[in-house]
Design a protein around this ligand. Structure first.
Ligand code: IMP
Ligand code: MG
Length: 175
């Protein structure tokens, strides 16, 4: 890896504070019994922190994950989404919150939401840690957004560049 972190965009403390706030917003709009469906791999850190924040907000959660193909090793979205691994939870009639690390073109979340709706979820909300401005191409919007960001490539807190940097406790940009 030759690239280094150029800048911390969102600190660990800011991530923690906002995750707690979001849990409160989610509880108020979605209630006290929610199935979290995280999109792997990018959402794993956010889902883990959000699940515990929801617990503190008095919400009972079930947690599951879905793996969809996306970037590979590139910095721009490949365009076509494929299902690589499915959830195990029966979501029929349930309140589901679909979680991703970042909403960019919206293709990934739009594809995932459609799959969950086809299985009879009672309600499907969408929560993302980050939303990149000006990139939406699919008919999808997030109900809960942690931080809006400019159109730039970011890593950390689950987000990778070529499979690295997911472990960083903050969101940063590369050199
Ligand atoms: P979308 O389908 O174009 O909205 O792409 C969303 C997916 O692209 C996310 O789940 C991320 O995995 C990936 N992605 C988009 N922007 C970035 C970025 O700045 N850094 C790392 N991954 C990104
Ligand atoms: Mg992803």
């Amino acid at each position: 890896m030759t690239q280094r972190i150029a800048n911390v965009l969102i600190s660990e403390a800011e991530l923690k504070e906002r995750t707690d706030q979001m849990a409160g917003e989610i509880q108020r709009l979605m209630g006290n019994d929610i199935v979290l469906v995280g999109l792997l791999k990018g959402s794993f850190v956010f889902v883990a922190d959000l699940a515990r924040a929801l617990h503190r907000a008095g919400v009972r959660v079930q947690v599951d994950f879905m793996t969809l193909s996306s970037y590979g090793e590139a910095m721009v979205s490949a365009g076509k989404v494929r299902l690589l691994a499915d959830i195990q939870t029966n979501i029929y009639g349930k309140t589901v919150l679909l979680i991703d690390d970042i909403l960019e073109t919206g293709r990934t979340l739009s594809f995932a939401r459609q799959m969950l709706q086809e299985r009879g979820a009672g309600h499907v909300g969408i929560g993302v840690l980050l939303e990149k401005s000006g990139k939406l191409q699919a008919d999808v919007h997030a109900d809960f957004i942690g931080f809006p960001i400019q159109d730039q490539f970011v890593v950390g807190y689950g987000l990778d560049y070529a499979h690295y940097y997911r472990e960083l406790p903050f969101i940063g940009t590369l050199d």
